[in-house]
Design a protein around this ligand. Structure first.
Ligand code: HEC
Length: 734
């Protein structure tokens, strides 16, 4: 262990003790002073006058979440106060009751059904046993951990049109907490501050132009009395930015655009003027992209807020910025002055992004020795497959090494800080199989950094996509259209990678100092959940519906729990009344999970809370048996072909290929006769609009809708017959 780690461990354990003493016996005067000074500083759990869970109690404990508490989050490991647990966003809990030696006795304390089957990506926050969780349609839930019961629900009433405008499902990744307010970014682009005790709205601001296809799924962060929020929507054509608001009033403090606008309108600042020199063509007409939809980290000493910037609109650079260029600040980490939002430095992970290689993935701050020198670093595993360690004081590149299989670039040149691309990677003359694909080597699923093992645990995957130039492509102005300008050139050859690994998902333990993988745990699916690290354990949920704990040092599996339905969110750990808990929200969904899943059943989003010595019952959900729709085809084969084209253009992204079993959204080949009886009302008149099913009445006429319906009926028949022919015992249930 380096001195730094020794120091840090000592500091943390010293700080935990007062909490324990408070709960048990106060042994001497010195400790009494310690307890009171602790209470004075942190104002938590010291006033025994209020019933825990009462409005007064919640008011008191949430109002005490101030700048000091947030900066010193490591001193109160019993709470989980912000998205990444602390400003370093390391998701490492120093609580030590649950270890690999006693994990066998970890069991269910309680569960809470949140009543909807759409995806849950959120990391909950907890302060003195009061938990805040966000869910589909940006709904916020306050939960009493002591009772396992809902305290209040806040529904921002997101218009259901946004189900279609959002690229990646109606998910929300979490809330922020500050001085008695809970903040949520809503799918339709608002930032709402909610009274943490009552669930009433305190204020809201519109952070986007709602005539464009901006959406928010990311968690806001609070720093220095300000709350910052970004947005998404680059696939649909927007210009990205982040905005900081006064956390108490909602007044705008500053805004930083991530890509330049039309030069004719003048530039907002020098950073935009410089960035414009790296773009060509008329990028501003489609917005340029660069949406900052997930990662923020804050260094209170350096007064820098680090923001991860996303991909371009369009993904294809040849059509976005025809004469090339780096296209700043796409796929970059930008370090902004936290007071005024001015750009202090940037590092671009993927110059001239051409593959949807966002650098919006989690940013972790740490301090460790490299070459006998203590460095303040920033770490990221962006989609592009390289693990970056930067000096966070100035953005200098320390190392960049592939953490998954990559073939778009051979390596990153440490002198220039630039990737060295392979000759086919820009898919100009050929269609090319590129690793990673747009899902990324790593995506939004949070990783964790453990300062004891000094490893970063990355939810990763080897997954490619074939990229190619589209033929006769045109920008579609309908804001509901995915405008990425790919497609593939039918007249060109497709270059597959003969060295390509098997496509798979895995949890990777990465040593950022030695720059190498230390262990990996394989998964069945390429898409799994976020991570939590304790001192000697790493927890991760997966697509097969398990929460698994691995030995942090060597990846040996130590414990698993079946929640029966897929997981994408990250677990957290906290302590209430002296007892350590692990909480995980299950709830399959999100960009991939909408249309595919890896469990037979789909259960509603459910909060699972675990503690040692507990043995609670798992919730019972009805098992739904799937049967193919059995109707007669009423149109000619030509129309079935037409129906298939319509389905692939408009329906597939949410419902998946008919017969695949569905994801969080139903596979319509298994819908029942009543649904088919009202098919044209559902598809063309908005009958299921309130559930998030778009109304296609303005785009599809009655004949087209009838063709789609018949295409699905036809597919169901073919599949059913195939299954019968192959295996009479196979019911077709996925
Ligand atoms: C943006 C995502 C999205 C797209 C695109 C989409 N749907 Fe849906 N669809 C939904 C959602 C959400 C539901 C409701 C699911 C539920 O019951 O929770 C739904 C439900 C349905 C249902 C009822 C299924 C049942 O068993 O209850 C049908 C039929 C349907 N959609 C047809 C279509 C067709 C046809 C298209 C293409 C023209 C299409 N959908 C495109 C999201 C989508």
């Amino acid at each position: 262990m380096t001195n730094f780690f020794k120091r840090m461990r000592k500091k943390l354990s010293d700080d935990i003790k007062p909490v324990k003493y408070m709960r048990f016996v106060i042994r001497n005067r010195f400790q009494i002073i310690l307890v009171f000074s602790f209470c004075f500083t942190f104002m938590v759990g010291c006033n025994q006058g209020f019933d825990k869970g009462s409005v007064e109690h919640i008011k008191e404990v949430t109002r005490a979440v101030n700048n000091d508490r947030l900066i010193n989050a490591d001193r109160t490991p019993q709470d989980w106060l912000s998205y990444g647990r602390n400003y370093s966003e390391d998701r490492f809990s120093t609580l030590t009751q649950i270890t690999k030696l006693n994990i066998d006795s970890l069991g269910l304390a309680w569960t809470l059904n949140l009543g909807t089957t759409k995806g849950f990506e959120a990391t909950p926050l907890v302060v003195d046993g009061i938990m805040y969780v966000s869910g589909p349609w940006s709904i916020v839930y306050a939960v009493d951990v002591r009772k396992g019961e809902l305290i209040w629900t806040y529904d921002p009433k997101v218009p259901r049109e946004y189900g279609e405008i959002a690229c990646c499902d109606v998910v929300n990744r979490g809330v922020a907490l500050y001085e008695g307010l809970v903040y949520v970014g809503t799918l339709d682009g608002r930032l709402v501050a909610i009274n943490a005790a009552t669930g009433d709205k305190a204020w809201e601001v519109l952070t986007v132009d709602q005539s464009e296809s901006y959406t928010i799924t990311g968690a806001p962060r609070v720093f220095d009395g300000k709350v910052i929020i970004g947005n998404g929507g680059a696939e649909f054509g927007v210009r990205g930015y982040v905005t900081a608001y006064d956390a108490l009033t909602g007044d705008q403090t500053w805004r930083f655009y991530t890509v330049p606008g039309n030069p004719e309108n003048g530039f907002e600042n020098e950073a935009m003027e410089k960035a414009a020199e790296t773009w060509t063509g008329k990028w501003w007409e489609s917005g340029g992209g660069g949406t900052a939809w997930d990662a923020f980290a804050y260094d209170p000493e350096l007064k820098l807020i680090y923001v991860g910037v996303g991909n371009g609109t369009l993904w294809n650079q040849a059509l976005r910025s025809p004469k090339g260029g780096d296209n700043l600040y796409l796929s970059s980490i930008v370090a902004l002055n936290s007071e005024n939002g001015n750009l202090e430095w940037y590092y671009q992970t993927t110059p001239g992004d051409n593959w949807d290689y966002t650098a919006t993935q989690q940013i972790i701050l740490a301090e460790f020795e490299i070459d006998n020198q203590s460095r303040k670093v920033l770490m990221q595993a962006p989609k592009n497959g390289f693990f970056y360690v930067l000096d966070r004081t100035n953005g200098a590149l320390i190392s960049a090494d592939p953490y998954v299989y990559t073939n778009w670039a051979t390596h990153v040149d440490l002198k220039t800080g630039r990737p060295v691309e392979t000759d086919y990677s820009r898919y100009k003359e050929v269609n090319a199989q590129i690793f990673p694909g747009p899902a990324g080597g790593h995506n939004w699923q949070p990783m964790a950094f453990n300062p004891v093992t000094k490893l970063v645990y990355i939810p990763a995957r080897d997954l490619s996509m074939i990229y190619g130039q589209p033929l006769n492509w045109e920008y579609n102005q309908d804001i509901r259209t995915f405008n990425i300008a790919l497609g593939g050139n039918k007249n060109a050859i497709t270059r597959m990678d003969s060295l390509a690994p098997e496509e798979k998902g895995m949890l990777i333990a990465w040593d950022p100092i030695e720059k190498k993988e230390v262990w990996r745990a394989p998964h069945k699916s390429t898409w799994n959940a976020g991570v939590l690290s304790l001192e000697d354990l790493v927890f991760q949920g997966n697509a097969e519906g398990f929460l698994v704990a691995y030995d942090a040092a060597d990846g040996t599996e130590k414990w698993r729990f079946n929640v029966g339905s897929g997981v994408v969110a990250s677990p957290i750990s906290y302590q209430v009344d002296g007892k350590q808990y692990i909480t995980l929200i299950s709830g399959w969904g999100g960009v991939l999970g909408r249309s595919v899943r890896f469990t037979d059943q789909l259960y509603p989003g459910t909060i699972y809370t675990f503690a040692l010595g507990e043995n609670g019952a798992i919730p019972e959900y009805p098992t739904i048996k799937k049967e193919f729709i059995d109707l007669e085809v009423t149109v000619a084969m030509d129309n079935i072909e037409k129906g298939k084209l319509v389905f692939n253009q408009y329906c597939n992204r949410c419902h998946g290929t008919p017969g695949n079993g569905g994801g969080a959204y139903p596979d319509i080949a298994y819908s029942d006769k009543a649904v088919f009886g009202m098919f044209s009302q559902i598809v063309g008149e908005g009958a299921f609009f309130s559930k998030g099913m778009p109304n296609f009445g303005d785009r599809l006429d009655e004949n087209q809708i009838n063709d789609v319906k018949n295409y699905i009926v036809h597919e169901a028949k073919v599949l059913k017959n195939n299954i019968k022919a192959n295996d009479p015992t196979n019911s077709g249930i996925h």
